[in-house]
Design a binder for this molecule. Sequence first.
Ligand code: SF4
Length: 308
Amino acid sequence: MKFNETAYKDNLVDQIKKLKKETDAYILAHNYQRDEIQAVADLIGDSLELSRAAVKVRNKVIVFCGVHFMAECAAILNPTKTVLLPVKEAGCPLADMATPEKLRDMKKKYPGVPVVCYVNSSAAVKAESDICVTSANAVKVVNAMKEKRIIFIPDKNLGTYVSQHTDKEVILWEGFCATHINLTEEEVVKMKKLHPGAKFLAHPECRKEVLALTDHIASTSGILRYVKESPEKEFIIGTESGILYRLKQMNPDKKFYLPSQHLTCANMKLTTLGWLTRSLKNMQYKVTVKEPIAAKARRTLERMLEIV
Ligand code: SF4
């Protein structure tokens, strides 16, 4: 008998819906997740939207379809809930580029300089930091700080972007997103030649040479908003491929072009309908953050949420 992929997926979706009710679970999905995961989620968003939502979830269980640091954030912000990450190997290479030990060394080098950490970081790194930011609010949060000098970790591209929009001195960390770094200037120029009328939008995790070619720089939620409100009909999208699902859904009359074949985050794509079903069935994989790390990281996240 021939394998029927549609029937297989429909069956898993039915199981997920049933298990969700039985376990009183709420499914959060990042904008970079597979289309079919976004389709079964209760809420889709960027890190900021999902962090805010995680605080308010009333269900017993939060299933975080994303990567490890995101599930950690949900566990930190809503510690009474069971937080599940469907695939335990789903990590973020950018977050792994900063460790609490290395950060402590940097703090010794710059005593008294506050540490601003991108949400793409481990709970242990957040616990060593003063305030957290997401790509949607980094400029606003940094500009709201009274200090004239900051350490920004771990993404140097987002840090550089922030430094261009503040009068503060920004000390950078040598980290980068293993997906956004793949997008080159040449690819963007080539795509712009193919679609001269298209607007180029990009995420601030892209290289600065790529960002120099943009019409607009924004987080995933910012890109979604910009496209929705724009009278333009064609867009070149400089971020992870998963965002195309919502862009197309929200704007069926508009066209989208991905400038590179390498804008897919392997970690984000690990979560499948099969893993989500197993996660709900077996209550796996529970993500917890131990004290005192959780309390310190919570304060770092809450300081951000108080500003934005
Ligand atoms: Fe990490 Fe980049 Fe993947 Fe996001 S897209 S999870 S920052 S590697």
